[in-house]
Design a protein around this ligand. Sequence first.
Ligand code: A2P
Length: 337
Amino acid sequence: RRFNVAVVGATGAVGETMLNILAERDFPIGTLHALASERSAGGTVEYKGEKIAVQDLATFDPKGVDIALFSAGGSVSKEYAPKFAAAGAVVIDNSSAFRYDDDVPLVVSEVNPEALKDRPRGIVANPNCSTMQMLVALGPIHRQYGIERINVATYQSVSGGGRSALEELGKQTGQLLNFQEIDPQRFPVQIAFNLIPHIDDFQDNGFTKEEMKLVWETQKILGDASIKVNPTAVRVPVFYGHSEAVAIETREKITVEAARELLSRSPGVEVVDERKAGGYPTPVTHASGNDAVYVGRIREDFSHPRGLNLWIVSDNIRKGAALNAVQLAELVAAEQG
Ligand code: A2P
């Protein structure tokens, strides 16, 4: 069976990658609709080497769409996802609009695929990029050893902020190297040759929303509200690929050898952990443009009897967004095929 697929936000950084990944994995598409705002309607995007016309979401009729992949921001999802679902589509939504609703499953394809089946509103939420890559690695450890607490500091690339954020890093880098003035627009302060401990809005508790996503989403996806998460989220001047310094405390001790062995046979994970120069993953050398979640620098925490440190790196636009969305579409297709 073939599926009529709509990509909402098809001209964006994630939408473009969704189209590439649908093509790479040869998703069984009947008709493909590329949707964006009125601004880009009339233009084209590429799919399998062909040009597809971009249509205006506001005037598009969703009747006949089987699967809709949304990545056009929270307010667009809030308004249009229910309309697509009402017209019969399964919506896979990359925004945070529905992630914390009890009747919307939040799914990492390797970690809790079973949650996808129960979707009374016809909407499935794709997790935040930082939570996604962390849980691909930590899910298997939690199941076997029981994670009690997670300390995480993220090093997040600018692509998570979309095309305008990619452009701002490029532009500022060029300007600064040419001794020109910069004028931050997309980020609150200079991002080139700097880093910024502030992603998404500040909350009343002093954490940012990006940090709280790591708390709320970890508990929901692992189905365990007792897991403690202590997050710091930082934007760094990297184009593609998020990195995370993660320190976990488990109920049962996990050794370095056991962690390497478990992770090396966990789906979606690649262990890159040689204790020598270059023997660890980085955004540029491993993650960017690739599908896996790379884990290295595995060490037992000598300050805690059951602590383990890991360095987790992945392409935030691929596994952190577009790839997981397509994997969820594949699970939906398998149900209905
Ligand atoms: P457009 O290119 O027409 O603005 P990014 O995250 O890279 O900035 O991309 C955001 C995506 O969401 C783009 O495809 C953008 O389309 C789309 N988008 C933004 N606002 C709307 C809207 N109001 N209606 C439809 N698509 C939108």
